[in-house]
Ligand binder design. Structure first.
Ligand code: LLP
Length: 415
């Protein structure tokens, strides 16, 4: 399902013209499609067939309450990395029993809150964290369900784009030393071993690394069984890529089927934590061209969205497609650098883009539903953009544009 299509030469979100939204609510403006979110989540859910499973949407990807609520209504679980994300899930009507808690630095207060509401599983990333969890759980007279996030060290030579599943990064524990951590967990009074967890990276466009990682996880599972430790679920993380430009990521069903084939065990529960693959292409960022500034060297189109609104191009040199909301039939195509108002040379959303532009035109930065708004900031004292969710013919403001009072209201002068 492609939510963003041209009708009568105007880009629409479902049945709503983006020109209308930009005119009514101003720019920069995030616009999401409910149907796109739902169809992607459902594709994951259905791909599992009769295999016991839980799709835990990675909240960091796009954590607006309306987004979480739409997914919660489908029965989604959630992967969180902070108490803030937990509070969002609860407020959005998510089920605590379907929450898994990832992250390398869980504070005692965060652990306490997660135990209090009864989350599904803590994904443990170190020995020290396991000790802390035991301590907090004991003090509350609760038993903490855990899996260990293992780092499978998937071969970087064949898959050089994977970065989080390698030995030399901060995530997880070396899969070779994991049995010792499991043995320790088993000896602790307020810890209950549930599963094995692994997340090898993001925006993967091939299946092989996922399957390699699963193979190593399955080896660990059988080693643990020999140690008398039973594993009830496998959490295979997120990471499935999307098409930004010409990438060809596998279909959701193909990816899940490859995992299930390798797994070859119809009774064990599989948890996955997709984020980008659900939300990425369910959102766009709308922006208006403020000024055209052609120079002898380069043509700059100065737009009203900036790196504070969408940091991916500046931070990762990532390429997101940018297109006119209403393509011009007059004038000519020219190459433009699309730069924002922020006082940094790195403040661009796209470089060398061939577009036919005039000041006042609206542009859509595509594939902005994931890691867009959630990574935005108030740098240069810029209010964060409004967010809209379209559902069929209707558009709902799911977060108003920030006001200057929102930005400064809690700050105080010295007495
Ligand atoms: N689970 C864990 C433990 C994660 O760390 C992540 C993402 C996910 C699941 C979801 O991964 P996904 O399915 O979205 O690939 N800001 C970067 C991406 C950072 C990903 C961090 N971890 C970007 O804009 O490309």
């Amino acid at each position: 399902f492609d939510a963003f299509q041209y009708r009568n030469n105007t880009l629409h979100a479902e049945n709503v013209a983006l020109t209308e939204l930009a005119n009514s609510y101003g720019t920069p403006l995030y616009v999401y499609s409910r149907k796109a979110l739902e169809s992607r989540w459902t594709a994951f859910d259905q791909a599992f067939g009769t295999q016991p499973h839980l799709v835990c949407y990675a909240v960091k990807t796009n954590s607006n309450l309306a987004v979480l609520n739409v997914l919660a209504k489908l029965g989604s679980g959630f992967d969180i990395v902070s108490q803030g994300e937990l509070e969002r899930v609860l407020k959005a009507g998510g089920d605590a029993k379907k929450v898994v808690f990832s992250g390398v630095a869980k504070k005692p207060s965060e652990i306490r809150r997660a135990l209090e509401v009864g989350i599904r599983c803590f994904n443990i990333e170190s020995h020290a964290e396991l000790d802390r969890l035991q301590e907090v759980a004991e003090s509350m007279d609760k038993v903490a369900p855990i899996s260990v996030r293992v780092n499978p060290d998937v071969d970087a030579k064949t898959h050089p784009y994977i970065s989080t599943g390698l030995k030399d990064n901060k995530f997880g524990v070396d899969i070779n030393t994991a049995p010792a951590l499991y043995a320790k967990a088993q000896s602790l009074s307020h810890i209950s071993i549930q599963g094995i967890d692994c997340h090898i990276g993001s925006q993967l466009t091939e299946i092989a690394p996922f399957v390699d990682a699963l193979e190593r996880v399955l080896k660990l599972k059988s080693d643990l069984a020999a140690q008398g430790i039973e594993i009830h679920h496998l959490d295979l993380g997120g990471g499935l890529g999307i098409q930004y430009t010409d990438e060809q990521p596998p279909e959701i069903a193909t990816y899940i089927q490859a995992l299930l084939t390798k797994l070859n065990d119809p009774s064990i529960e599989v948890i996955i934590e997709p984020g980008r693959a659900i939300a990425g292409n369910a959102g766009v960022l709308l922006t208006e061209v403020e000024y055209l500034k052609p120079t002898d060297h380069k043509n700059f189109a100065i737009i009203d969205a900036a790196m504070n609104d969408l940091i991916r191009p500046a931070l990762y040199q990532s390429h997101q497609h940018i297109q006119a909301v209403t393509p011009r039939t007059d004038g000519e195509d020219t190459s433009w650098d699309l730069v924002g108002p922020v006082c940094e040379t790195g403040d661009f959303l796209g470089k060398n883009r061939t577009l036919n532009l005039k000041a006042g035109d609206f542009l859509a930065v595509m594939s902005s539903g994931a890691y867009g708004f959630t990574m935005s900031s108030n740098y240069n004292t810029r209010p964060r953009a409004a967010e809209i969710m379209v559902d069929g013919d209707q558009a709902f403001v799911i977060r108003p544009r920030e006001t200057y009072e929102d930005l400064m209201g809690t700050e105080t002068l010295l007495p």
